[in-house]
Design a protein around this ligand. Sequence first.
Ligand code: TRP
Length: 324
Amino acid sequence: MKKRILSGMRPTGSLHIGHLSVLQNWVELQKEYECYFAIVDWHALTTAYEDKISLGELSKEIALDWLSVGIDPDISSIFIQSQVKEHAELHLLFSMFTPISWLERVPTYKDQLQQLGGEGKDLHTYGFLGYPLLQAADILIYKANAVPVGEDQVPHIELSREVARRFNHLYDAVFPEPQALIGKVPLLPGVDGRKMSKSYNNTISLTASTDEIGYRVRQMITDPQRIRKDDPGHPEVCVVHKFHAIYTSDVGRIEEECKGGKFGCVACKKYLAENIDRVLAPYRERRKAWEEDGKVERVLLEGAEKARTTASKTMEDVRKAMYF
Ligand code: TRP
């Protein structure tokens, strides 16, 4: 039997090329694993509970991003967390035996409390403390063996493992202990050299057109010491070069030519824009096909159905183990 994977993303806005390596990793994993990909809208509410946002619209946007990159609904389940109510039931049952101290000591808890607290958000809420427990329910309800995530999520996967162990010990051996699959995510800066983030308006969106890509690449910060085209360049301080490292197969040649003052920034940017465009073009094409009326909605409905089938089987095991 194929091993199972679950992963999730919060619907907080459409994705940009900083997210691409994560999604490309998911696309690869589909070949080997039975995959569940959740748009975790309840998790978005743990921090955005005061904002009147359209979780439905944001969720559809993310689903479209996933589909356009190549997540295949014929082999994987793509669904919205809140459409599979069993996640809430398992979260509740887990809350019965999870010590509060386990949640308080999750490093992201105190960090976020402080960071978002500084931005005026009061996160001394029950839901925010329980964030990683809801995540544990997301994972364990599919009896997932592995969870592809970034490094920052490791403490959450560790908590999921502890919850699985505690359940299995208290009641019955229902849950496998999920492994974190840490994807290598190259850290791409935004075009201005700061962290890539929608709120800095320094991203290249997954849907960017050829012209938009060109515009964004022209905005990229280059070596400030290089004034004339034949000055020797310093690729190690250049944003354009960081992108070439990922998007350009003959990056070694460019690096040498830049250092030797033989490849000017204008030509270098033009070459990068072409290479990024070559990667994004097929995604734009596929997106068009998925944008037809009702298609994404159907994928999400069917995805929730498939997810629910697996989730409700697990819940039968859980109820039987905990009470009768
Ligand atoms: N906490 C994850 C993040 O911020 C999102 C998430 C929620 C998740 N449930 C999950 C990730 C289950 C993997 C598996 O990125």
